[in-house]
Design a protein around this ligand. Structure first.
Ligand SMILES: *Cc1c(COP(=O)(O)O)cnc(C)c1O
Length: 397
């Protein structure tokens, strides 16, 4: 793996990183390698490479064919190289989904006897559930950013935060939390910001996680996850991925690499529209509160004076669906869907109101989106809106 180069701008890296060898191969588009196995007459060399992988987790595609598809894939490796470059980390390891990526991190740490996780709410509902239920044998202490240092124990293997968080868009001072972590690795779920708006590794995070299903893929047609980190942790993650099998399909790797090409332009365009919708929602009496991150982004969350289920059933252009980060605008009710699995009390304490709607703004024209939202908000269902002219709220809700 090449050492990270940050000399070129993000927009340039987005279309070139992971493709540097293509011209020499006589290719323009990245090839899709669908092989599950790789022939070799040199089993001594393969044995040596398997031993090296068992020792360090070094990418086995570097000095020869990958041996077997679960060990590595050249198309997926291109995506990993590109994402690492965008996040400014040494390496990245791709998985079948964001949850497979988080599971691998938790397993890698608990395999070292570090079973305790310190986490800050809110997190994506299923991440919250995975930690709360202890499904992988981990134990979680929930705290706020100021309480991280005091929550650390000798067996703490990970501190986990999301910023901006799903679904409230609450933001965390990553540099301060990274400092509080000391030698414990900080994992930042950067799904909402993407490296276009925030590079947590530059602020001290050792692991940067993405549900690549969202903005990195960007078109609502790929499930994937990825962890950007240093090569030492990446090696452990590749070993876990090999042993547990949560690999990314090569076709998904191809689509993600293609998705990265337009990531900067998609995120900036959708963010501009989201900022304008935030202004209009904040000035609307049918809306009691608007959440929009100080760093920008294409996600907007807002609390309605009336019935949030009515809004979901009334949108016509906007798609009423969970997930986010696609080219079209999606809206969902976190208390019913994305965060349903979180205990209602914990959910509300984390700032996830039952009247909160979460919208992922796409690339449609802002006037068409506003017309749809305006109609879906209807008459506000009779209850007085308290938020006339209330400014957009940034930071922790
Ligand atoms: C969707 C999501 C995940 C889970 O990713 P999958 O690809 O659905 O497994 C994790 N974190 C955040 C912030 C998400 O939005």
């Amino acid at each position: 793996m090449e050492t990270p180069v940050r000399s070129r701008a993000l927009a340039t890296e987005a279309v070139h990183a992971g493709r540097e060898d293509l011209a020499a191969l006589g290719l323009h588009a990245a090839p899709i390698d669908l092989s599950t196995t790789y022939p070799s007459h040199d089993s001594r060399a393969e044995a040596a490479r398997i031993d090296a992988f068992a020792e360090t987790g070094a990418e086995p595609t570097l000095d020869g064919p990958p041996i077997y598809g679960r060990l590595g894939n050249p198309t997926v490796a291109r995506f990993e190289t590109a994402l690492a470059r965008l996040e400014g980390t040494e390496s990245a390891v791709a998985f079948a989904s964001g949850m497979a990526a988080l599971s691998a991190v938790l397993l890698a740490r608990s395999a070292m006897g570090l079973r305790h996780v310190v986490a800050v709410r809110p997190l994506y509902g299923c991440s919250d559930h995975l930690l709360t239920a202890g499904l992988l044998g981990t134990e979680v202490t929930w705290t706020d950013p100021a309480g991280v240092e005091d929550a650390l124990r000798p067996d703490t293997g990970l501190v986990m935060v999301e910023s901006p968080a799903n679904p409230t868009l609450a933001e965390i001072d990553l540099r301060a939390v990274a400092h509080a972590c000391g030698s414990v690795p900080l994992l930042v779920d950067n799904t909402f910001a993407t490296p276009v708006l925030q590079r947590p590794a530059e602020q001290g995070a050792r692991l940067v996680l993405h549900s690549a299903t969202k903005y990195l893929g960007g078109h609502g047609d790929v499930l994937a996850g990825v962890v950007a980190c240093d090569e030492e942790l990446a090696g452990r993650l590749r070993q876990i991925r090999f042993a547990t099998g949560g690999v990314l399909h090569p076709l998904a790797g191809y689509l993600l690499l293609r998705g990265l090409s337009t990531l900067p332009i998609r995120v900036r365009a959708a963010s501009a529209t989201a900022a304008e919708l935030t202004r209009r929602l904040a000035a609307d009496p049918r809306v009691t509160r608007v959440h929009y991150p100080s760093i920008g982004g294409a996600m907007v969350a807002f609390e309605v004076a009336g019935d949030p289920h009515e809004v979901i059933s009334s949108v016509r252009l906007i798609t009423p669906a969970v997930s986010l980060g696609s080219v079209d605008t999606l809206i969902q009710h976190p208390a019913s869907i994305s965060h349903r699995i979180v205990d209602a009390g914990d959910r509300r304490n984390a700032g996830v109101s039952d009247r909160l709607l979460r919208m992922s703004v796409g690339l449609e024209d802002v006037e068409d989106l506003w017309a749809d939202l305006d109609a879906a908000l209807g008459d506000g269902c009779g209850e007085a809106g308290a938020g006339v002219g209330e400014p957009a709220v940034a930071g922790r809700a």
